[in-house]
Design a protein around this ligand. Structure first.
Ligand SMILES: [Zn+2]
Length: 309
């Protein structure tokens, strides 16, 4: 057998397995006319059919078929001996009918038992092609050929595929129920959730005005005692060494300082005299100089008037 044809037959049998539930060993019904044709051409039916289907095969012949084989013919004896190698298939006919008719009735409308049919009769084969899921075989010269898939078989396979892919009515109902449930659950959750109250978190930092430069300078002037601390730090070497030391000691701190013995007495006195030691501005220094000069001149004048008097 050619490899192409073998591949096509294998593919076809795979299709019958997938769509109609065929399986090995394949059951093949042999019609009496094929037995006679095989005997005539001296073909081993069993071997050739097995080669075509490429799998294990069980051969059946109906009682009506056996009756047909036994009828008077040229190859009667050989045909009877061949038919005896097949299994007998009971049929419902009390009076024997033609073998092809018996097979046709056995297959029925749906081929429930998944039979393959090997027949030579054109009439029978044409009828079987109209039924979905019946692999039909016939002999051509000395080869058994598996006929092409019938249109009916293709249509049924397409229908089956559609059924598999589509959503069934029961599944649709389930989906509807599940959707309803999910919606109800969401609504219930929304109802049960308490509303969160917003808390005030102080003024918005972007809405507050920034401090102007004038305000900053005013604040610096008002904090003059800080300059006294510099003087104290100058006077006290210990404080100078500590850069992070607080400039002015608070009353509490002062009391604590008084408790501890301090080596330098000036450090305690320093904060109490802030006026003597702060002239950093050069303009202010000039003013003070002028004042002193005036004072001196006034005092000199008063002394001279006293002497003259
Ligand atoms: Zn019968």
């Amino acid at each position: 057998m050619r490899s192409k044809r073998a591949k096509a037959y294998r593919k076809a049998m795979h299709f019958y397995q997938q769509t109609f539930g065929f399986h090995e060993p394949y059951q093949v019904l042999i019609s009496p006319d094929l037995v006679l044709a095989a005997v005539e051409k001296k073909v081993d039916i069993k071997q050739t059919v097995q080669d075509t289907l490429q799998g294990q095969v069980k051969f059946y012949i109906t009682y009506c078929g056996i009756c047909d084989v036994r009828k008077e013919s040229e190859f009667k004896a050989q045909a009877i001996s061949v038919s005896k190698t097949f299994e007998k298939r009971h049929c419902m006919h009390k009076e024997p009918v033609p073998g092809t008719q018996c097979i046709e009735e056995l297959i029925g409308d749906s081929n429930k038992n998944n039979y393959c049919v090997a027949a030579q009769s054109n009439e029978l084969r044409a009828k079987l092609r109209g039924i979905a899921g019946v692999p039909v075989l016939h002999m051509q010269r000395d080869i058994v050929i598996l006929e092409r898939m019938a249109q009916a078989a293709k249509e049924t396979s397409e229908k089956q595929l559609k059924r598999k892919l589509s959503v069934s009515e029961a599944e649709k109902k389930l989906l509807r129920v599940m959707k309803k449930k999910s919606i109800e659950e969401k609504l219930a959750l929304k109802k049960n959730k308490p509303r969160k109250l917003k808390k005030a978190k102080g003024p918005n930092p972007l809405s507050i005005k920034k401090q102007t430069k004038k305000q900053q300078s005013k604040t610096s002037e008002s904090s003059t005692p800080s300059s006294t601390s510099t003087s104290t730090s100058k006077s006290n070497p210990k404080l100078k060494s500590e850069p992070n030391a607080p400039p002015i000691a608070t009353p509490k701190e002062e009391s604590s300082l008084a408790g501890t013995k301090h080596p330098h007495p000036q450090s305690d006195e320093a904060p109490s005299k802030p006026q003597n030691c702060t002239v950093t501005d050069p303009a202010n220094a000039d003013q003070t100089k002028h004042k002193r000069k005036r004072k001196r001149s006034r005092s000199k004048k008063s002394e001279s008037t006293a002497e003259t008097s």
